[in-house]
Design a protein around this ligand. Sequence first.
Ligand code: K1U
Ligand code: ZN
Length: 180
Amino acid sequence: MILEVLQFPDPRLRQVAAEIADDAVDDELRALASDMLETMYDEPGIGLAATQVGVPLRLIVMDLNWSEDGQRDPLVLLNPRIVEREGRSVSENEGCLSVPDLRADVTRAERVAVEARTLEGESLRREAEGLESYCFQHEIDHLDGKLFIDRISRMKRDLYVRRRKKQLRLEALEHPAPTT
Ligand code: K1U
Ligand code: ZN
């Protein structure tokens, strides 16, 4: 099932997500992970955090290797945390499925090590660099209620916020909410 991806400035994007208990992996959580992957491929994107679909749980999905011809290499992580960071680099043209019509350069760690649990209950450690590393940092930021616009200059952020509010005002004029 395709899920609705919340859009800035929805306040639910600012929630800090809760840890998932070891015994909380059930069919409902597996279905959520599967729906999040379907949604990510549909958008399309290379990552998605449960926060973005209105579920405040520490769950992310990622796939940097998917292709239009059906290649899939999905990663589903529970309670992911960055345990090591190395170097500084700029993620060129970073985007976010919850922040429409903006791409920006963000300074992030070049390499990270991430520890997490899988849906199968196994512990996992992954070392990543470049885009994969930026994606881990971006998705884990979502779980902490942070957006990539929090990591750009105040001037760029203020410009974006103004543009976005104007866009939402125009949309509301074009499609007024039905009155009951
Ligand atoms: O969490 C999200 O909003 C998804 C976001 C992840 C991300 C992208 C770039 C750097 C860090 C994190 C996206 O997937 S935006 C879309 C995107 O970058 C993309 C879409 C299709 C193919 C390749 C990339
Ligand atoms: Zn995002």
